[in-house]
Design a protein around this ligand. Sequence first.
Ligand SMILES: C[S@@+](CC[C@H](N)C(=O)[O-])C[C@H]1O[C@@H](n2cnc3c(N)ncnc32)[C@H](O)[C@@H]1O
Length: 292
Amino acid sequence: MSPGTDESVARVREVFDAFGEEWERLHKDVAGRVSFEIHRRFLDEHLTSAPRVLEIGAGPGIFTQYLARRGAQLTVTDISSVQLVDNQRRITEAELGGVVEDFRVADVRDLSWCADGSFDLAVAYGGPLSYVFEDAPAALRELLRVTRPGGTVVASVMSTLGAYRHLMPGVVDIIMDYGDDANDVVLSTGDLRPVQPAGHVCTMYRSEQIPGLVAQAGGLLIGMSASNWSSLGDIGALARLEADPAHWARFLDNETWACRQSGCLNGGTHLIFAARRHHSDTSDIPPPTPTV
Ligand SMILES: C[S@@+](CC[C@H](N)C(=O)[O-])C[C@H]1O[C@@H](n2cnc3c(N)ncnc32)[C@H](O)[C@@H]1O
């Protein structure tokens, strides 16, 4: 039996309060740098000029800094006060503090402090929706509510099949510790709670589930991408490409293209998607229905 959502979300916050290496995740190796680039390009497609942006689960602020440099007016939030303080310190050191209108501790499940239609774009990269388990449709609905009609929510969640493929030692641990049936449940539900009694937990998704998630939240799915697809394997080979700017630029173009092919969507550790708020009023949005 899974623990309740509140208990699970509190556990996620404790993990990120104690986690000091989040800044390194998208810098330290070539796969991380490609992941940043895939997320950045996807984000770029939804940036208008001088957009008002809400960043959810901003962590130490790799995308905060990118958005600040792109001229966004930012409200920067995270459920972890430790991550938020780190973000603020890094923004100040980068002399970008002027564009952040508010730094705020916030849980994506409760945006009641924020008026309807306040932002052009809401960004929830790196799994905030994966960290709220069965509350993800309601949380995405909140993100759509605080986005203006016609505005966009861009999010990335953890990938069930990508994790299965790329994190096989962890899969084998689950099978050895909990059995094949428990692992089959993880594959079908994406919920790691039954097999992770301590530490990091989340709900992972298959690309086939994203249209349903967006529809339950009352939004319109307008794009999806894996992150990454071909660049999670042979780090040494990729390093050779990265060493040459021309080869690297071409590789990143091809990787961006590959990540969006339907045959590749489930191949990355993350799934990125964009959901648009309908142009009509939020009262047109039907209430969420329970996930089957
Ligand atoms: C993997 S980090 C991603 C950081 C950054 N967005 C990025 O992509 O580099 C996930 C972040 O989501 C935050 N988070 C987890 N659960 C959340 C929730 N319920 N509401 C808001 N943020 C949450 C964590 O504290 C953490 O900073």
